[in-house]
Design a binder for this molecule. Structure first.
Ligand code: GAF
Length: 388
């Protein structure tokens, strides 16, 4: 189905489930992070882009204070009263859309005085692949409610609302990157975001003009940021910052690493080194894209993967194999993307070598006895918008 077809289908499904027409259909994309991993909650730099995989929310206001949500990925219809909604009563997939309503309430919206709403959600962002299917749901619902409730909240603030929903309603201690990419993305471009000031710039990627594409290798190793490793990495970063006497690792430069090595244990030091060098790599990528174009960023992507594999230790064997096989088949740079512990790798690949990369990675996985990966290309796309 084309994206226009999915939007129309979401409107039709809304009508059959709720017995009336939706007020509109809004959509928001998943994201790929080109570079800048685990830097967002350290107030550092990230360079993600919105992708051509989206989530659609058909939404209609009600005359009472009830919110009901349905979706194509679950048979459940979940219903709550807006005036009493709290994170503790939200669970499963409905925590994403209903968490947004709650988080808007935390942001000063008087939920008891708002119209309730019905929402039906459809998506073609793969779940569990590290492409931010969750942020896509949050952002589609956020812009729909922002428009229908006439809130006129700016997009950086809506990103904060999405992050709050993710942190408190879903229970994943994530940063601001994914919602920012989904809300601020622009066709053919990346979002260069300073996660301290939330100032962002649109950076031209020029992949197509340079004969390049981003190949996604979804390892099918599923991950969750509401459990274990992600929170542990965050805690290590906070411990490193505290040892260095700074507010966040954003305040630590490459020149400070010698001192860091002396005052903390080796594991904490390596976590710190990843964040500090990754911030430098984001800045180098932006500079290189502007000065020399995307053909020149391959080595920086490779270095980022090595840092995540060896220092931050968030890669898995399948991601490492995907990166190595893609590079051997002619990708100019490759790295895991997203929070890690599974999910997807990206390979910046000459158009003429996409088939070769796909075949070589598939063969390597088969030989290693791993589950077959899903391999596809994505294009940098527009952020959240009204569709119908
Ligand atoms: C996940 C989180 F949601 C982001 O905030 C970010 O920390 C990322 O992992 C790692 O860069 O996608």
């Amino acid at each position: 189905m084309t994206h226009d077809d999915i939007a129309a289908q979401a409107a039709a499904d809304f009508r059959s489930q709720f017995g009336r027409a939706a007020d509109g259909v809004w959509s928001a994309p998943g994201r790929v992070n080109l570079i800048g991993e685990h830097t967002d909650y350290n107030e550092g730099f990230v360079l993600p882009f919105a992708i051509d995989r989206r989530t659609w929310a058909a939404v209609g206001l009600r005359d009472d204070n009830t919110a009901r949500v349905t979706s194509t990925f679950s048979d459940d219809e979940v219903e709550i009263e807006l005036s009493t909604v709290g994170p503790e009563q939200l669970e499963g997939w409905s925590a994403y859309p209903l968490g947004i309503a709650w988080a808007l309430g935390q942001n000063g919206v008087e939920l008891a005085e708002q119209h309730g709403f019905d929402a039906h959600i459809a998506s073609d962002v793969p779940v569990g692949a590290g492409l931010s299917s969750s942020a896509a749901i949050e952002c589609a619902v956020a812009i729909a409610l922002d428009e229908r409730w006439q809130l006129a909240i700016d997009r950086p603030t809506l990103a904060r609302v999405g992050q709050l929903a993710e942190n408190e309603a879903v229970g994943a201690p994530t940063g601001i990157m994914d919602q920012s990419a989904s809300l601020l993305g622009r066709r053919d471009s990346a979002v260069f975001l300073d996660c301290r000031s939330l100032r962002s710039e649109i950076v031209d990627l020029g992949f197509a003009a340079a004969g390049l594409a981003i190949v996604i290798i979804d390892t099918k190793v599923s991950h969750s940021h509401a459990t274990g490793g992600y929170a542990a990495r965050r805690a290590s970063c906070e411990a490193g910052a505290a040892a260095l006497g700074v507010e966040s690792l954003r305040d630590v430069g490459v020149a400070d690493l010698d001192r860091a090595r002396e005052i903390m244990d080796d594991e904490t030091f390596r976590r710190v080194r990843h964040v500090v060098t990754e911030n430098a790599r984001v800045l180098a990528t932006v500079r290189t894209l502007r000065e020399s174009g995307p053909l020149a960023i391959g080595e920086i992507l490779d270095a980022s993967h090595v840092s995540m594999r060896d220092d931050f230790e968030i890669s898995v064997a399948e991601l490492d194999l995907a990166v190595v096989a893609a590079r051997e088949a002619g990708a100019i740079g490759a790295r895991m993307t997203g929070g890690g512990f599974g999910g997807a790798a990206i390979a910046l690949t000459p158009l003429a070598l996409i088939d070769e990369v796909t075949a070589r990675v598939g063969e390597a996985f088969a030989q290693a006895g791993y589950t077959a990966p899903e391999i596809f290309t994505v294009t940098p796309s527009d952020g959240a918008k009204r569709e119908l």
